[in-house]
Design a binder for this molecule. Structure first.
Ligand code: NAD
Length: 369
């Protein structure tokens, strides 16, 4: 049967292809066992593309990503390409995808699986049942604002400048994603800035408030200073549902939230662009971890962050929440059975390879089907 659901797989380098192979098996399982079929295209990116084409992202791959609209991305980089000039590094492939697809909304869920409560540095009662999302604005703010640079101001002094700048439309489009997400969850948005000391923060707060009043009054909105938000994330993270914030504060708060849940090998992410007339957004889904050259080729990488990234694609690109739930519940079941890759190993658990983790997950999915 022809499917009009399309995905472009870009496995990349290091453990990227290893974790993507297990994800591919889950995609095949969805087709065979749940009748949810996808047209799958695959291409190279990062170091693999540098070796083959002399560029970390070929123009044809870029065009394919835009045409298909939904990209599953593994990871890029590795020691072989570490000494290349910045403009040629494998990571430029990912940056180009984000830029040309205009992926302005970065979503990072922080979900604490019951079986991994012990992996967090926080007390079990603080993180048990945690399920929040950090939504970070990704294409504006301090990392892109002009003027920027380092200038010589004489007398042996230099001056470093970056500019925090946001416009109404940049704030509204990311806040809109936040409110829409909250509508599918517990209907609460916390907007974070520093309106007490920054004009851009005052504007952020005013625009989010206005948008809320105009279109999203069914969702609860609270404002919080970003520094307080960092404190609250480690004090009582379960008070949050969707946290929406700018590029700089989101960079920091999403790393704090990541640590609430323990391991890098468990963390998925999504980056979304603007919605078209049908409501569909260009999107790229990827694990938070990198290419892990220290374990690449050994068959020991944890594929769950990549597989949970697929679950996010099912939820946000294809509006298949039941199938997303099925995959996430499968992961939960495997963890509850005490099956672990090395990165999340605990005393008394069964240590398995990347492939065996895939096998065990498929068996759990079969049992639940
Ligand atoms: P990393 O995330 O690749 O690895 C950090 C540590 O976590 C390593 O010890 C690694 O073995 C472990 N780890 C990561 N993912 C794992 C998994 N799925 N299962 C088990 N263990 C896992 O970060 P790094 O070492 O700083 O960077 C390595 C390379 O990856 C560099 O070239 C870096 O530039 C690149 N990188 C790429 C991305 C990306 O593609 N989005 C992100 C971060 C880093």
């Amino acid at each position: 049967m022809a499917a009009n659901r399309q995905i472009l797989l870009l496995p990349g380098d290091g453990i990227g292809p290893e974790v993507m192979a297990e994800t591919r098996r889950v995609i095949d399982w969805l087709g065979k066992k749940r009748g949810v079929r996808f047209d799958i295209a695959e291409d190279i990116v990062g170091g693999a593309a540098l070796d083959a084409h002399g560029t970390p992202l070929h123009d044809k791959t870029m065009a394919k990503a835009k045409a298909i609209g939904c990209v599953l991305f593994g990871a890029v980089g590795g020691p072989k390409w570490d000494n290349l000039p910045f403009a040629q590094k494998p990571e430029r492939g990912l940056l180009r995808l984000r830029k040309e697809m205009d992926l302005f909304a970065n979503l990072r869920p922080a979900v604490c699986f019951d079986a991994l409560v012990g992996a967090s540095t926080l007390k079990p009662e603080v993180v048990q049942g945690l399920d929040i999302i950090i939504l970070r604005e990704l294409t504006g703010g301090l990392y892109f604002g002009e003027p920027r640079g380092i200038t010589d101001i004489g007398n042996g002094q230099r001056r470093g400048v970056n500019t925090q700048v946001y416009t109404t439309s940049e704030i509204r489009r990311v806040a809109e994603v936040g409110f829409e997400l909250a509508r599918k969850r517990r209907r609460k948005v916390t907007s974070l800035e520093k309106a007490n000391v920054m004009e851009s923060g005052v504007l952020w707060r005013e625009e989010v408030t206005k948008l809320h009043r105009e279109k999203f009054s069914d969702v609860a909105l609270e404002h919080m200073y970003a520094d307080n938000g960092a404190m609250q994330l480690v004090r009582n993270p379960k008070q949050f549902d969707v946290m929406v914030t700018d590029n700089l504060f989101g960079d920091i708060l999403s790393d704090v939230a990541a640590m609430l849940t323990g391991s890098l090998g468990m963390l998925p992410s999504a980056s979304l662009g603007a919605a078209d007339a049908t409501g569909r957004r260009l999107a790229l889904y990827e694990p938070v971890h990198g290419s892990a050259p220290d374990i690449a080729g050994k068959g020991v990488a944890n594929p769950l962050a990549m597989i949970l990234s697929l679950a996010m694609a099912l939820r946000y690109s294809f509006d298949l929440p039941d199938n997303a739930d099925a995959v996430e519940n499968g992961v939960r079941a495997v963890l509850a059975e005490g099956v672990r890759t090395g990165d999340i190993m605990q005393p008394g658990a069964t240590k398995v390879s990347t492939r065996a983790m895939g096998d065990r997950l498929l068996a759990a999915l079969d049992r639940a089907a």
